[in-house]
Design a protein. Structure first.
Length: 280
């Protein structure tokens, strides 16, 4: 049975949780049934315990029942969550009414398109470094490299101690994310067959790997909306939440013109340069 109101599913980035979407969820609830999902090993979701390695498909299996109960849903994702969102759109296009992603980390797609390119090498090298550090029990050092890679030098040092502990505790699952992303088998033909409305966002201050993936998606999804946001990095949905949430609300309102969604005020000063929220 189709839900009385349209549904929205929100998928978070690695080392965060569903709480990263709290502000957006509050804006959406007047018009949508909102489902902010914790992925494996994050927030209230238990770590992956399957016999096979963690996969993007396994993450998508957490979301599929929500889509089936709703009949369909608008799906929004950031980073790792955006990769899961794209997987769902390809695997279950009839259940995804629209798709909005901020810098999906489709490392497998990047490796397939440009295996010898500097952007792909950057992602391979980061994954190898994190694996070695976590295997050696140096999870705090791994967390520092992870955070500084995505947010710039010294970003880790600007985190509160409680936030550092939260990110460090999730590093074993984060390295599993990298493995899952390199194995993710999304192909260009699958992506070009997407017909639902799609919004792809990226920040012009992001990493080489994220920006190259954005470029690949621009070629593969010419009918989608592609936004490159000035002054924004990979953690834009956290550090520039009001700005990005406004864009997401405009995108959703094109699907439901009668929806009345409250808009966050965009302030020019972003005090939380990096606030990886603590576990839910």
């Amino acid at each position: 049975m189709r839900a009385a109101r349209p549904a929205v599913v929100l998928l978070h980035s690695s080392a965060a949780s569903s709480r990263q979407w709290d502000a957006l969820a509050a804006c959406l609830r007047p018009a949508f049934d909102v489902h902010a999902v914790d992925l494996h090993g994050h927030g209230r979701q238990a770590p992956w315990r399957g016999d096979a390695p963690l996969s993007v498909q396994a993450e998508a299996s957490l979301v599929l029942p929500l889509l089936e109960r709703a009949g369909s849903a608008h799906v929004i994702g950031h980073s790792y969550g955006a990769a899961v969102a794209l997987h769902l759109a390809v695997a279950q296009p009839s259940l995804v009414r629209s798709l909005a992603v901020f810098e999906p980390v489709l490392f497998g797609l990047l490796a397939e398109h440009e295996p010898l390119g500097s952007a792909a090498r950057e992602a391979f090298d980061l994954a190898a470094q994190l694996h070695a550090l976590v295997a050696g029990g140096r999870v705090e050092t791994a967390a520092e490299q992870f955070v500084d890679y995505w947010s710039g030098p010294t970003a880790w040092k600007r985190l509160a101690p409680t936030a550092q502990q939260s990110v460090a505790g999730r590093m074993p699952i984060v390295v599993q994310h990298f493995d899952a992303l390199f194995r993710e088998a999304l192909t260009p033909p699958e992506l070009t067959r997407l017909t639902m409305p799609v919004l792809c966002m990226a920040g012009d201050r992001s990493t080489a790997a994220a920006l190259r993936i954005a470029g690949v998606l621009r070629r593969l999804l010419p009918d989608a909306s592609h936004d490159l946001l000035a002054g924004v990095g990979h953690l834009g949905p956290i550090t520039h939440a009001a700005l990005i949430n406004q864009r997401l609300l405009r995108f959703l309102e094109t699907s439901i013109p009668s929806a009345h969604l409250s808009r966050p005020a965009v302030r020019p000063d972003i005090s939380s340069t990096l606030q990886m929220e603590q576990s839910a």
